[in-house]
Design a protein around this ligand. Sequence first.
Ligand code: ASP
Ligand code: MG
Length: 405
Amino acid sequence: MALIVQKYGGTSVGTVERIEAVAKKIKARRDAGDAVVVVVSAMSGETNRLVELAKAVQDRPDPREFDVLVSTGEQITIALLSMALKEIGCPACSYTGSQVHILTDNAHNKARIKEVDGARVRADLNQGKVVVVAGFQGVDEHGNITTLGRGGSDTTAVALAAALSADECQIYTDVDGVYTTDPRVVPEARRLEQITFEEMLEMASLGSKVLQIRAVELAGKFNVPLRVLSSFEEGEGTLISIEDDSMEQALISGIAFNRDEAKLTILGVPDQPGIANQILGPVADANIEVDMIVQNIAEDTTTDFTFTIHRNDYAHALEIMQKTSAALGAREVSGDDKIVKVSLVGVGMRSHAGIASTMFSTLAQEGINIRMISTSEIKISVVMDEKYLELAVRALHSAFDLEES
Ligand code: ASP
Ligand code: MG
């Protein structure tokens, strides 16, 4: 007997028919002898609808009341799914986040889980019931309803799996796994059977939106094996787990990319202590997240300083840089908001040299100019003009033989 936590996303429970289909899948698992805890999202579109309602009343909705409102989406699905299970003869019971003590901090709209008390869930499982828990929501120490940020039901599922020491946390969604890259860009992209937490974090933070990043972090921290599968097709999906020495590691697991990048350069800044802080401090104060940072070695007494940010922050950051430039007596500020980032990701690159050179020569053969480069132990990222994105991803996918299993 295994203890499994399953999470069904919004499209998987988007209609009554789909909820009934999900109930059948759950019942089959339970009838086979496993203990099953189910976490559900709101029906697809429901959370957006609630967000719009809030905004129609208040331009900037009160955070506490916003959570009271948007958490109702999940309360609908837990009740309907439990009814559907009982209707087909499967004992089940639904709970909100607070009823199973998903204790969070008080950061409304983006709360973090502090503690989960699995006692009530375990008691129900021992009686043979399927336990259905509302995703995305928790409660702070004063009993206020909180929510975990968009996509937060993934995190609820992982937190429950960790608290219950589940054998696996299965995330059912509308794709059948994690792919080597986005199949809309490379039709030959292949589903990965297995990927490490570290790799998945890189893929997720670079825009592969299969899982909420925090859920992957949490799963890695508590070593909860995570599996991404399709609710609509049979299949093994993709297992996300710790690095496994027994497996022959592929050199590269995937190619991630981010379309929404912009960069800013401040030219001719004095080369002296404190400058990086004077440039980036005001950017951080404006809550603008900085990704890559590059500073050249000075040939004279000045240097150039470049960093990348999200495209949405470009205008604001440019304005800040113009002020900084004047204050520092820099030569000028230049920028570009039509750039993208393409990254090779793979733990296999730790033990192999020559990956960067294959990447650079592949891009050169396609006539693609690399604007910036950054590396980590398991990733090489390059920044390029946005018009090259598709070409670059396709060329790299084939250069590293990712279409072959
Ligand atoms: N319903 C919430 C959202 O749409 C949480 C989730 O589905 O994971 O963000
Ligand atoms: Mg989701």
